[in-house]
Ligand binder design. Structure first.
Ligand code: GLA
Length: 388
């Protein structure tokens, strides 16, 4: 659906509404740097050319009315008393976002009429929720002329997810959905929120970023995710016996690296993943900058192996897909992406090998699992923005 089609639906749903704006916010795929963001570490995600669009106009009261084209459902909430809902859970991301902006700016926001539609696959680990949060932030920012800084909007979106929706995610998804740049991945320092654009001219180099959805719904993801966060904190506490001022795994340098292996087994493996993954991100950025796709693919492979063996957030289906892709000797690399326990893999392959995914990998995966995988070939897209 394009912006004009969404605007027509907006007029049907809200015929009495005034002048409207249309905003788009992308999903994302993380190329490398997994489970590092909440450890103050490094990530290298890119925004993708799948997005959520919102058409909206301001109201003269404090009501927000939202219509989802995809769910064919309407919900209403009041800006004076923003509470989570069980009935239309998809509006919790929007409710939370309005609440966080209102609290941070102390500006009593204007009510809104909103129509939304998206093609970011839901529940597949491609950050459709982050896209909805930052898309809402841009709508609120524009309609209320707040002139908020994009980095602030990303952090408020994360706050909405943490405190209102109740998911303890890091900053990566909201940040890349907000600040992504066309044709680039972002190398983000999750401690300082400093970032650099890294050219991602995969298409021009005859390569493709192929994302395959395992079709495994990520059932345990919240509890296991929080458990991993806790284990990282426990590892930091244990390492303080050698370095009392250590505050996060990000700061485990060469001198402390040998002590990581002396921690109790589970903590040692969790910490090892995070410490080595941060280094892999730094090395991958270097590889990408020098156009060395083979080296980049090797880091992707090493990342997956570490997530599977040390961090233990992969699953049988993710491992199977990764192995099937890697069985093609021309594939550069393949790994799980996002939180894990289902969701998607990301692979870097020559463009000519997309056919191999369609003809060999997907059918074989389906034969072995009985699940219907989905393939997406993504380009690096721009972050959330007003279209018109
Ligand atoms: C989810 C979270 C992110 C990040 C990844 C793992 O996508 O939302 O903040 O922690 O998992 O890298």
């Amino acid at each position: 659906m394009d912006a004009a089609a969404l605007q027509r639906i907006f007029q049907e749903q809200f015929p009495e509404a005034g002048q409207s704006i249309t905003v788009a916010a992308p999903g994302r795929v993380n190329l490398i740097g997994e489970h590092t963001d909440y450890n103050d570490g490094f990530v290298l995600p890119m925004a993708v050319d799948a997005k959520i669009m919102l058409t909206a106009s301001a109201r003269h009261d404090r009501q927000v009315r939202v219509y989802s084209v995809d769910f064919d459902a309407k919900d209403t909430f009041a800006l004076d008393n923003i509470q989570p809902t069980q009935r239309h859970r998809w509006t919790n991301y929007m409710r939370g976002m309005c609440l966080m902006i209102q609290e941070a700016t102390k500006v009593p926001l204007q009510g809104m009429d909103i129509v939304m539609q998206g093609n970011v696959p839901q529940g597949a680990g491609l950050s459709s929720s982050a896209a909805l949060e930052v898309g809402t932030a841009v709508v609120v920012n524009e309609l209320n002329k707040l002139q908020l800084d994009p980095v602030l909007m990303a952090t408020l979106a994360q706050k909405a997810e943490n405190e209102f929706v109740g998911v303890q995610c890091g900053i990566m998804d909201q940040f890349i959905s907000m600040l992504g740049e066309e044709g680039h991945a972002l190398f983000l320092d999750c401690r300082t929120l400093e970032y650099q654009k890294v050219p991602a001219p995969f298409h021009e180099a005859g390569a493709a970023i192929a994302v395959i959805d395992t079709a495994v719904k990520r059932g345990l993801v919240d509890s296991k995710y929080n458990e991993r966060r806790q284990q990282c904190e426990d590892a930091v506490k244990a390492l303080q016996q050698w370095q009392p001022d250590l505050t996060s795994l990000r700061d485990v340098g060469c001198e402390l690296r040998p002590q990581v292996d002396q921690l109790p087994d589970v903590l040692a493996r969790r910490a090892r993943h995070v410490v080595d993954e941060n280094q892999r991100v730094i090395d991958s950025v270097q590889a990408l900058r020098s156009g060395d796709l083979a080296a980049f693919g090797q880091y992707m492979n090493a990342s997956h192996d570490s997530l599977r063996d040390d961090y233990e957030v992969s699953c049988r289906e993710l491992d199977l897909l990764v192995d099937l892709v890697r069985a093609n000797p021309q594939a550069y690399g393949s790994r799980m992406t996002g939180a894990g326990f289902g969701g998607c893999t990301v692979s870097l392959i020559p463009s000519t090998e997309v056919a191999d995914l369609e003809e060999r990998v997907l059918p074989e995966y389906q034969r072995q699992t009985g699940l219907q995988p989905r393939l997406f070939v993504f380009n690096a897209a721009a972050g959330a923005r007003k279209l018109c």
